[in-house]
Design a protein around this ligand. Structure first.
Ligand code: GAP
Length: 458
């Protein structure tokens, strides 16, 4: 579908349909997209009004998945490191920021219109730059126009030029504009990093492939400020570190790769960029870019603001502008990749079992507590087990339907452990723990349950 069809719709794949060029699996894409709606992961935004232009809402299970992705990133990038601090900067910013960063002048995509069917395309994404993918007309495109991807708005009641501001198209600039604030208040010195998770906005010409490319999305970015002569070493360090993060959360080796950019792909200020790529159903595509940005950003902001954005090293008596290594990942895109990687179907006793094999840290719920029956003598103590576990883990509680169906429902949510409270539990004070992947069951004393689950989360 072309951009011109980016009108209100409740389709879950509004916008650009995936071009499955890599011999990959369109059926998997459809299955995951359908499961997202059916199981409350992702809904088309404003659906009761017919949907709104490739925007999506994260439902009860999707919000947990997305939060877990962000928590896992924050844990590894901030919590477990003494050399990285966090930040939560404003989404609205004045034109000066985007003037300095180069976004006002350069954050553009080449836009062409087909004069035959009036569809609109991003020229650099067309397989054949002369042929309209919608109507097949050849040589009917307009001259490409640079289309700036930033959302422009006004702050305050009067919409004049002085009130113009922009929704940030990346979280990164907040880390550069706050460099001196953080340096002066955190007692950090290079090498150190500032990390941020938050929403970014890009008026993409061709959003699409479900939540892969949207106009409103979440990023997880970190700017790591280093002495210039250490930049190359830290660049290599962060490439390895970030790649290992995906693996540590169970991303299968055959579905991710680290791809260094060729010289023709590098921005003029970057001396090295590598992408962590995921094998999406339509082929390899980017999850995260790790870039050696030199001193471009701090120098630009220092020049445009007139503020000093450098570091005086008392050990060497030298003043320098730190270089920056930037691992920049998409949270929403990464959540989608975890969903695709986790999806599995298998035959169990003549029936197809759909299961999301999430790493326990990523799964929306860690545990589901399922009383065997709705009898009050079971529901009371089962609720107590739920309350105990919920102090430590995200837990679901489900007393509806037959136990087999409840297991299947939890499989589709990717819940690693189902805890069944049955009539024997009243006497032996133990429960049955069912493992999502092996479906094996084990009797575990209620008193040992928290430690049992904790030991298996990894
Ligand atoms: N500060 C550098 C920067 O923003 P980027 O490659 O443009 O780099 C980083 O964005 C990550 O943000 C991408 O790798 C991708 O995961 C995510 N991202 C970018 N545009 C997106 C969009 N329109 N929808 C969803 N995710 C997006």
């Amino acid at each position: 579908m072309s951009e011109s069809s980016d009108t209100p719709s409740t389709s879950l794949t509004d916008g650009d349909d995936p071009a499955f060029t890599d011999g990959n699996d369109p059926a998997l894409f459809d299955k995951v997209v359908n499961l997202c709606k059916r199981r409350g992961f992702v809904f088309p935004s404003a659906e009761i009004y017919g949907g709104f232009r490739s925007t999506y809402d994260y439902g009860p299970n999707g919000v947990l998945l997305l939060r877990n992705v962000k928590n896992a990133w924050w844990r590894s990038m901030v919590q477990l490191r003494h050399d990285v601090v966090g930040l939560d900067a404003a989404i609205l910013g004045p034109p000066q920021i985007w003037e300095a960063s180069g976004h006002l002048a350069n954050f553009t995509d080449p836009l062409v219109d087909c004069t035959s069917c009036q569809s609109r395309w991003r020229l650099d994404k067309l397989e054949d730059p002369d042929t309209c993918p919608n109507c097949g007309a050849v040589g009917k495109f307009t001259e490409p126009r640079d289309f700036n991807l930033m959302f422009k708005t006004h702050a305050g009641p009067i919409a004049d030029a002085g009130a113009v501001c922009y929704l940030r198209p990346e979280t990164a600039q907040g880390m550069f504009t706050n460099f001196a604030n953080v340096l002066n208040t955190s007692r950090k010195k290079p090498p150190f990093g500032i990390a941020q998770i938050g929403k970014s906005f890009r008026n993409e010409i061709t959003p699409g492939n479900f939540v892969f490319r949207t106009r409103e999305f979440e990023q997880m970015e970190m700017e790591f400020f280093v002495p210039p002569d250490e930049a190359e070493e830290w660049y290599r360090y962060w490439c390895a570190e970030r790649f290992a993060w995906y693996q540590s959360l169970g991303m299968p080796a055959e579905l991710i790769r680290l791809r260094p950019h060729g010289d023709d792909e590098l921005s003029h200020y970057s001396s090295g960029t590598s992408d962590v790529e995921f094998r999406f159903p339509w082929g390899w595509d980017e999850l995260e870019g790790i870039a050696n940005r030199g001193n471009f950003d701090l120098t630009q902001h220092a020049t445009h603001s007139g503020e000093k954005l450098d570091y005086f090293d008392p050990a060497t008596n030298e003043r320098y502008v730190p270089h920056v290594i930037e691992p920049a990942a998409g949270a929403t895109r990464t959540a989608m990749a975890f969903l695709l990687a986790a999806y599995d179907e298998e035959e169990v006793r003549g029936e197809t079992r759909t299961v999301l094999r999430f790493h326990p840290r990523i799964a929306p719920y860690t545990v589901a507590v399922l009383p065997l029956s709705k009898k009050p003598e079971l529901m009371g103590p089962a609720t107590d087990v739920y309350r105990t576990l919920a102090e430590h883990f995200m837990c679901d509680y489900d007393e509806t339907q037959a136990i087999g169906r409840r297991y299947r429902r939890q499989d589709e949510l990717g819940t690693p452990f189902c805890v069944t409270f049955d009539f024997d539990s009243l006497d032996d004070h133990a429960v049955t723990v069912r493992d999502r992947d092996s479906m094996e069951q084990e009797r575990v004393p209620v008193d040992a349950l928290v430690e049992y689950v904790r030991a298996r989360i990894g």
